[in-house]
Ligand binder design. Structure first.
Ligand SMILES: Nc1nc2c(ncn2[C@@H]2O[C@H](COP(=O)(O)OP(=O)(O)O)[C@@H](O)[C@H]2O)c(=O)[nH]1
Ligand SMILES: [Mg+2]
Length: 193
């Protein structure tokens, strides 16, 4: 049986690669202090509660210019919408809700895909609580606070992903192969795999 695809989308620097690496259990994706240089890579086979899935960090090359950041975020969200079974929308609780978050949220909402809204950098749940509430305004349901770098809250996110995965016999192998081929083509034009 083919595996469902779970994609992580979000602005540069919210912690997508940190979260991905933690779930992948390896440091295949490059973590950057400043957006701009992340080049590699982005797939991991993982599982939770006995369900296997392919996890994708859509971050890729993260540009510095605001305009390019926005257009790339749109592209990444579109890619995730077209390919993924479940989309993890990662935000940064320390920044609060930004215009870019609102725009991505709108795209995701319209898509009718399964979305898990995650507020990263909630290093201290008590202290960050009020900021987390603000994320309900995105209209994507309950925000899940996590601290990817401190491995806090991850189990709840995985449980939510698990709940939103398609039923076991809905995936077919051929469709999965096509999806992965398209992602590779889109994300790795120079064969950086
Ligand atoms: N305080 C805090 N910093 C984090 C957390 N997760 C990631 N970071 C930091 O945020 C920065 C960007 O992380 P990265 O994973 O490269 O973000 P990406 O651009 O979304 O892939 C790095 O300096 C990380 O160490 C977290 O849970 N708490
Ligand atoms: Mg990254």
């Amino acid at each position: 049986m083919a595996k469902p695809i779970v994609a992580i989308v979000g602005k540069p620097n919210v912690g997508k690669s940190t979260f991905f690496n933690y779930l992948a259990g390896t440091r295949i994706s490059i973590v950057q202090d400043t957006p701009g240089v992340t080049r590699d890579r982005v797939y991991a086979e993982t599982n939770w509660r006995g369900r296997d899935f392919t996890l994708i960090d859509t971050g890729g090359i993260e540009p510095e210019s605001q305009d390019i950041i926005l257009s790339q975020m749109r592209e990444q969200a579109e890619l995730a919408i077209s390919m993924a079974d479940v989309i993890i929308f990662l935000t940064d609780v320390k920044q609060g809700v930004t215009a870019a978050d609102r725009e991505i949220a709108l795209m995701l909402k319209k898509s009718k895909k399964q979305i898990v809204l995650v507020c990263n950098k909630a290093d201290n749940f008590e202290k960050d609580r009020n900021e987390i509430y603000e994320f309900y305004n995105l209209g994507l349901g309950e925000p899940f606070p996590i601290s990817a770098s401190n491995a806090i809250g991850i189990g709840d996110v995985l449980d939510e992903i698990y709940e939103k995965l398609p039923p076991i016999d809905e995936e077919d192998d051929e469709r999965q192969e096509i999806k992965v081929a398209v992602i590779r083509k889109t994300k790795c034009p120079e064969n950086h795999l």
